[in-house]
Structure formats: structure tokens, C-alpha cells
Unconditional design. Structure first.
Length: 78
């Protein structure tokens, strides 16, 4: 598996524009994608900080917690 990593990184295009194509379903005159070169860790924690202030985030987090707890904590132990 580790031997496949270098060829995949070198040969597999990451963006449609890398091979001269447009994104799936886009018009032929679609502008090229802008690539964000910022720190991904900073972006992830920034989005988490924004989500923490949202009521929707907490409702989703609570429901996912209850679902995971009942599946793994109660059902999985028997």
C-alpha cells in the first residue's frame, strides 16, 4: 500500500483544471477554481469556533452523541 502513495500523488490529478477539464456539471465557460493556500489547521479551528456559537451545531452534536453512545456504549457492550 505504501508503494502506491508516490505514483498516486504524482499521477492522479487533484483538480479538474489540472487536466484541462471543468468541474462535473459546470458550464464550458466556467472560470478556473481558486485554490486556497491558507493553513488548513487554522481554517478547521476557525470553522469550529464559528460553529460553536451556533445553536444548530449543538443540536447536531447532541444528537450524534446520543446516537453514538447508544450504539457503542449500550448495544456494543452486550
Amino acid at each position: 500500500m505504501a508503494l502506491l502513495i508516490p505514483p498516486v500523488l504524482l499521477l492522479l490529478p487533484e483538480w479538474p483544471s489540472d487536466i484541462g477539464a471543468v468541474p462535473f456539471g459546470a458550464d464550458p465557460d466556467h472560470p478556473p477554481e481558486t485554490r486556497d493556500r491558507s493553513n488548513p489547521l487554522k481554517t478547521a479551528f476557525g470553522a469550529l469556533g464559528e460553529g460553536i456559537r451556533s445553536r444548530t451545531f449543538w443540536l447536531l452534536a447532541l444528537t450524534f452523541f446520543v446516537c453514538g453512545f447508544t450504539t457503542n456504549g449500550l448495544v456494543g457492550t452486550t
